[in-house]
Design a protein around this ligand. Structure first.
Ligand code: WTA
Length: 635
């Protein structure tokens, strides 16, 4: 029997060693015993980080939805697959069984087929956190279409860029979305985006808010009537192990967002196996991840990982502050949630509120608490542990990335002793290394460096959609034969890892990855702006906030600065989305640059963080005099 479910520390070490000594044999055993295949693989793994090319379970045939749905029907047909908790607590929660979910997925898959969507076609999904979102992902997977979910907080411009980059032919959206006391007209955003997307032939619209919307007669259709008429069963498309399952965009240090491509078999095996162990999921547990399915956390740990295990996964439409700051605790009590997985930014925001919000709820169902998306600071860790977990529920601080597909470094609850702020040990099969700036591996403990992974794992992204060179250059050229994560980390005396943060120009704001380039581009489009640079600075709730340095075209211009700041943020909201708004905007007359013209963000970061004691050598700059001027006027 394979070691599908790890239950104590000795077992962890033993299984870990096995997974590293002979990865092929290890993963083959897991794949064989815990999933259904239409055809077995010919080869477990072939890889070359130079090309780079990574293939897992080559030759195997399967459909991931047969693993997430069909195979559960005989034993778990009446078990709840998805609990839907609406934005408004007065609206009734839904319990969707595996049988009902299977039917809904099949109906939507048939609607997609009716609209000419074929295996390999790209479908863009721009939906709020409602059941149709999960159904849409699975419906695509059912027929072999590649889903590209765009977080429904992105602007029309950002949506259009993503639709065009992967050439989506169909969009699934809704009339609007509920977010706390607000509602957002999503269809208006889609309409605007599609003005620049000639490849989109059809838009299927879910009715959620009931707001009046424009329907383009030749293009747009309400989804529900089509679902009602569709056939309730749909034969699953047989996919190759390495056929793409989805594209998900993530920000890079430079340029446009990167469409990370995840393939079918390896992604399924790894997300399922990590889900089982990292959350110690047991058959009758109720699991809740508060992420949005617009991000990788939602893909892997709301949809695929839980459903592949036949779990009950909760989808929450709302926000932690509505109708009050007790909402999370209310949902946990109401649905008797056993595993709760959220982000440090949410914990910090809730920790600022009165404890009464929490204390009036019974949280005794909780067994495991999770954290993801950014480093969790010590204060937030203790607050989470003391108040939510009552020191009884281990915290799993899970480090991973859109690119890694699944959790990479994490404690296993009730197995790995935890230390605040430490992601602790590599998960089974994961071989992290720390590298120094001269590309040498740093061995031993009590060291820090750049975090790389030296051996492939099943759910590593296989390429960037349409740009394999960029995939190679971003992840595989900095260190030979290694996947470079972009993060820094330290390894302590006992070998535990602590992630220290990005070492590139990606900025994590409230757990969302933001690249500097698209934000700067949108600022620069403002008619009064000549140039700009943005950096992150520490923020007590968001982790990081954005600080913008902006050069105006006419220095000394008499325009109202406060107004300009508002306009710049408005511009960013339209081009990227409200999550990318700047907290501080400083108008400057120049930016520190190297002789080759590159902006020295390191210096700007220090000024923004009010840490100007050690700026390093600035004399080699093209314009060293600008540094003092910026410091003198810093906000
Ligand atoms: C950061 C989210 C510290 C890290 C799953 C990574 C973390 C980036 C942690 C990926 C953690 C994620 N501790 N930092 N537990 N989890 N990060 O692609 O910088 O949205 O590279 O994937 O988030 O963010 P992404």
């Amino acid at each position: 029997m394979s070691n599908y479910h790890i239950k104590h520390l000795e077992e962890y070490y033993q299984v870990y060693r096995k997974s590293v000594r002979n990865p092929e044999a290890f993963w083959e055993e897991i794949a064989e015993e815990h999933f259904v295949w239409r055809k077995r693989w010919d080869n477990v793994l072939s890889w070359d980080f130079k090309k780079p090319e990574i293939k897992w379970f080559e030759g195997a045939k399967l459909n991931i939805t047969e693993n997430c749905l069909d195979r559960h029907l005989p034993t778990r047909g009446d078990k709840t697959a998805i609990i839907f908790e609406p934005n408004n607590p007065k609206e009734e929660a839904l319990h969707i069984t595996y049988r009902q979910l299977h039917e809904r997925v099949c109906r939507m898959a048939n609607v997609l087929l009716d609209h000419g969507v074929k295996k390999g076609d790209r479908v863009c999904i721009y939906l709020p956190m409602i059941p149709e979102l999960s159904v849409a992902l699975l419906a695509c997977a059912r027929i072999g279409a590649i889903h590209s979910v765009v977080f429904a907080g992105f602007s029309s411009h950002a949506l259009a860029t993503r639709i065009n980059d992967s050439d989506c032919k169909l969009v699934i959206t809704s009339d609007g979305s509920f977010r706390g006391s607000k509602s957002i007209d999503l269809k208006v955003i889609v309409d605007k985006a599609l003005e620049g997307c000639p490849g989109v032939a059809n838009v299927l619209v879910v009715k959620r808010t009931g707001t009046k919307i424009n329907m383009e007669p030749a293009r747009d259709k309400w989804l529900q009537p089509l679902l009602d008429e569709a056939y309730a069963d749909c034969v699953a498309e047989i996919m190759d192990a390495e056929d793409p399952l989805f594209i998900l965009y993530t920000s890079g240090s430079t340029g446009t967002p990167k469409g990370m491509v995840h393939t079918t078999a390896g992604y399924m095996v790894y997300t399922a196996y990590t889900f089982k162990n990292v959350f110690q999921y047991r058959e009758h547990d109720v699991y809740w991840c508060t992420a949005d399915i617009g991000w990788i956390t939602g893909h892997s740990y709301i949809v695929y990982g839980p459903l592949a295990n036949g779990a009950t996964t909760l989808m929450f439409e709302g926000v932690p502050s509505y109708p009050d700051f007790g909402r999370f605790w209310d949902v946990i009590e109401k649905h008797k949630v056993n595993q709760f997985y959220t982000a440090p930014t949410a914990i910090r925001a809730l920790a600022k509120e009165k404890l009464e919000y929490l204390e009036k709820h019974d949280l005794s169902s909780l067994k495991v608490l999770g954290s993801v998306g950014e480093p969790i600071n010590e204060e937030a860790w203790h607050w989470y542990n003391n108040n939510v977990g009552k020191k009884n529920s281990p915290i799993v601080d899970t480090w991973w990335q859109t690119e890694t597909g699944g959790i990479m470094i994490t404690p296993i609850p009730y197995v790995t002793p935890t230390t605040p702020t430490y992601a602790t040990l590599p998960f089974i099969g994961i071989q992290p290394v720390l590298m120094n700036e001269n590309a040498k591996e740093i061995k031993g403990n009590q060291v820090d460096g750049r975090l790389c992974i030296k051996f492939p794992w099943p759910s590593i992204a296989r390429t960037i959609w349409g740009n394999h060179d960029r995939y190679r250059d971003t992840y595989f050229t900095a260190y030979e034969n290694m996947y470079f994560t972009g993060d820094g980390a330290l390894r302590d005396a006992v070998g535990y890892y602590r992630i220290t943060g990005r070492v590139d120009d990606v900025i994590i704001v409230s757990g969302h990855n933001l690249g500097t380039a698209p934000i700067e581009d949108s600022i620069n489009e403002h008619p009064a702006v000549a140039e700009s640079a943005i950096v992150g600075f520490p923020h007590d709730v968001k982790g990081n906030a954005l600080y913008g340095y902006v050069i105006l075209k006419e220095v000394g211009e008499s325009r109202d600065r406060e107004n300009l700041r508002k306009e710049i943020n408005q511009q960013i909201t339209e081009h990227v989305g409200p999550i990318a708004k700047l907290d501080k905007i400083q108008f400057v007359t120049g930016l520190p640059k190297t002789r080759s013209g590159k902006i020295m963000r390191r210096i700007l970061r220090k000024i923004a963080s009010n840490d100007t004691s050690n700026l390093g050598d600035t004399s080699t700059l093209l314009n060293p005099e600008i540094v003092q001027e910026i410091i003198d006027n810093a906000l």
